[in-house]
Write a protein that binds this ligand. Structure first.
Ligand code: ADP
Length: 265
């Protein structure tokens, strides 16, 4: 009989869940753009269960929660660290991964991955919004843009505008002053991507970058940001349509491992 396991990644900004069949095939996925302490966790669980025709979580063969809000879900008592889940998820999507760069809503991290997807080392920034998705969220709001528009605008830019403020609050004022000077929105966006890439690139260099480099987290959906980071680190960056679900995928795979271990006891 097939085994269905769920991974739930409750971040600061978004709730993500996947269901994997037999540790191999992603059969359900959901992302809700609100994170811990909101209705997001309950909604992604319900969403993914519905996609495979299940009514409740007990019908699954296992579930693991990860992410910043992993301790807050009563229905899922098993938790795993975000770093382990990211390593496992990226190794599932890209078996040759050696470096993961993850940019989420409120933190960014670089992970060094050894053979078989084992986590060897990591560096993390969770102290400052610059170099995280929050920076882009704030700037998009000031410019009255949707996050989905950033990639295309970046592509249209022909001029490099330097954004020198390293702090989100000051960068917001800098963007407003650029607008007042008549700088084009697309050039500002490219400048913002370059500024974030410089921050996150330094983080990744500290962990030691090795091919293949995989980018995960919601910010990897923005290919303008991926290009800026490629330029900064000098490596090709691999992404997948599942980049934001990477932690949830790792969690679902841990749930599958646990279920098989219990079965073989
Ligand atoms: P967390 O796990 O910290 O909640 P995620 O990895 O889910 O964070 O990423 C959330 C961030 O992803 C948001 O802050 C936002 O900047 C970015 N993001 C989400 N959706 C998109 C999109 N469609 N295009 C570009 N960026 C996006």
């Amino acid at each position: 009989m097939s085994k269905y396991t769920m991974g739930i990644d409750i971040g600061s900004t978004a709730s993500k869940a996947v269901i994997i069949k037999d540790g191999k095939e992603i059969v359900a996925k959901s992302v809700i753009s609100v994170g811990t302490g909101t209705t997001g966790p309950a909604r992604v669980i319900r969403d993914t269960l519905e996609q495979i025709g299940f009514q409740n979580i007990e019908q699954l063969d296992g579930a693991v929660a990860t992410g910043y809000g992993r301790n807050s879900i009563d229905e899922v008592p098993t938790q795993m660290s975000e770093l382990s889940c990211h390593a496992k998820g990226a190794h599932f999507l890209f078996p040759k991964v050696s470096t993961i760069i993850d940019i989420g809503g409120q933190d960014s991290k670089a992970l060094k991955i050894g053979e078989n997807g084992m986590l060897e080392n990591f560096v993390m920034n969770d102290k400052c919004a610059a170099g995280t998705g929050r920076f882009l969220d704030v700037i998009a709001k000031v410019l009255e843009l949707r996050l989905e528009d950033l990639e295309k605008l970046d592509e249209e830019s022909k001029v490099d505008v330097a954004i020198s403020s390293t702090c989100t609050v000051f960068a917001e004022s800098e963007v407003i002053s650029q607008l007042a000077k008549g700088t084009k929105v697309e050039d500002i966006i490219k400048g913002i991507h370059t500024a974030i890439a410089s921050r996150v690139g330094s983080l990744a260099k500290r962990v030691g970058i090795k091919d293949q480099v995989v980018m995960t987290g919601g910010v990897a959906l923005n290919k303008g940001m991926v290009r800026a980071l490629e330029k900064n680190i000098g490596f090709k960056i691999y992404t997948s349509e599942y980049c934001q679900l990477n932690g949830a995928i790792g969690a679902a795979l841990f749930a599958y491992q646990k279920c098989m271990m219990n079965e073989n006891k």
